[in-house]
Design a protein. Structure first.
Ligand SMILES: [Fe+2]
Length: 452
């Protein structure tokens, strides 16, 4: 046997061993991810895919059964019923043929249960699409970690909304997040302990629309736990995917995008759907949410191509032009663990050193005006990074597009009343740390010059 033949054999053995180790590691990793995606305990009811005529109620039970939801307009008379499509431990029941803007009480259980209604188990259906109803949304950013800050921010915002309540209306209409809902790896059990349990009192009454963050993407739980409208069940144009979609709430069209795993190119599936959806929109207000901020100088840096593997660049360069062309009013993101909120901006698609004065449509620090009553192309957009609803991190906080930057824990409350939108960042001590507004239909408002 020649020396070279022996050498070749040894190399072949070593390569074979290496391949085996890689396969074993891959299988172990897959098993680890799969295990982390499973949760066998109880999960109290939460509300999904709200619309003017339907609501999905989900919950989880330690045992398998065919779930039943009984509901009615009075807690004493739950005279309607819907049943799970199949038996299991994770239940998903969609109530349909409901009346818009109506309060319903509900109880969940199995065939063997008594179905006693509890006065705290209720929800209110969305108003008719386009209805001029005052609307309030609570936005939590990167909330999924149990900290003293998480508790303070939650209690402070709920107390503020209670004090500043709307007569004969619940204190809010929907909960949205900007992603990273369960640290550190999006395990199903982390969702339970760090998201569902801390916010259960809200989740039982108000639909939640969570954004897909990079930490959520580390396991397979997120899309198992939450239900999203792929067929325009809650408004907008069908996207055919749970990763990006839109929905309506009265006068507001929400566009939910995925900056984590979907194609972020200008001619990708998400961008093409986005153009169609925004073109079809007739509602006066448009708010878009995704996880990676196009502008931030917080715990992430939107000027770095390495940071988050260029996702912030992709969203800024490829997606923002579509949003601004269609007159999106407000863009909410997270990922950076602080609060940053821009001036009324237009057409800034480069790094922060390329920001020109004409890209800031108003130098006012707080209150902005737009000319069109509905969505006017390139009339300006406000960008807010809300990423500190559980903890705040360090960062330079000096992006020149921002009118307000702060290293404070808090959450955002957005109120839409007719032609005015107000955003308030409520800190952990209950103070309004930032307040901005957008008023529409102001003839004298400055319009951007981008693409004109
Ligand atoms: Fe993140």
């Amino acid at each position: 046997m020649s020396f070279y033949y022996k050498l070749f054999r040894w190399i072949a053995y070593l390569l074979g061993l290496l391949l085996l180790l890689v396969v074993l590691y891959g299988m172990g990793r897959l098993l680890h991810v799969a295990q982390g995606s499973i949760y066998h305990g109880e999960r109290a009811p939460y509300l999904q895919m709200a619309s003017a005529t339907a609501m999905t109620i989900r919950w989880q039970s330690p045992t398998r059964y065919r779930g039943i939801v009984r509901y009615g307009v009075s807690p004493d008379k739950l005279d309607g019923q819907f049943i799970d499509a199949e038996s299991g431990a994770s239940h998903e029941v969609r109530l349909t043929n409901l009346k818009p803007a109506t309060r319903y009480y509900y109880a969940v259980g199995s065939e063997a249960d008594e179905f006693e209604a509890h006065e705290d188990n209720w929800f209110v259906t969305s108003p008719q699409t386009g209805a001029e109803q005052s609307s309030r949304f609570w936005i939590l950013g990167d909330p999924g970690v149990v900290t003293p800050g998480q508790t303070k921010v939650r209690n402070a915002a709920l107390a503020w909304m209670r004090t500043n309540n709307r007569s004969n209306r619940p204190d809010l209409d929907a909960l949205l997040t900007t992603g990273d809902n369960a640290y550190s790896s999006g395990k199903n059990e982390q969702f339970q302990k760090q998201f569902f349990e801390p916010y259960q009192a809200v989740l039982q009454n108000f639909p939640v629309w969570p954004i897909y963050g990079n930490h959520d993407a580390r396991r397979w739980s997120f899309h198992e736990i939450f239900s999203f409208p792929t067929q325009a069940e809650s408004g907008g144009i069908a996207s055919g995917t749970e990763y990006y979609f839109s929905f309506d709430y009265g006068p507001v069209h929400f566009v939910i995008l995925d900056s984590e795993v979907s194609n972020r190119q200008a001619e990708g599936g998400m961008a093409n759907w986005l153009r169609k959806d925004l073109k079809a929109n007739q509602l006066p207000w448009v708010i878009s949410l995704f996880h990676h901020p196009p502008y931030t100088k917080g715990s992430h840096n939107s000027d770095s191509t390495y940071d988050s593997r260029g996702r912030m660049f992709d969203m800024r360069e490829n997606i923002l032009p579509i949003l601004e062309q269609s007159g999106v009013d407000l863009v909410l993101t997270g990922h950076s663990h602080m609060y940053e909120r821009s001036y009324l901006a237009d057409c800034h698609y480069g790094t922060s050193d390329t920001l020109k004065p004409e890209m800031i449509l108003s130098r006012d620090k707080q209150h902005y005006q737009k000319r069109s009553v509905a969505s006017g192309s390139h009339e300006g957009t406000v960008y807010a990074v809300v990423g500190s609803s559980a903890r705040a991190a360090h960062g330079p906080m000096n992006h020149p597009i921002m009118a307000s930057s702060m290293m404070e824990i808090g959450s955002l409350v957005v109120d839409v009343n007719g032609s005015r939108l107000d955003g308030r960042f409520i800190g952990g001590e209950g103070m309004v740390l930032d307040h901005f507004s957008i008023t529409k239909g102001v003839e004298s408002a400055t319009v951007g010059t981008c693409d004109r």
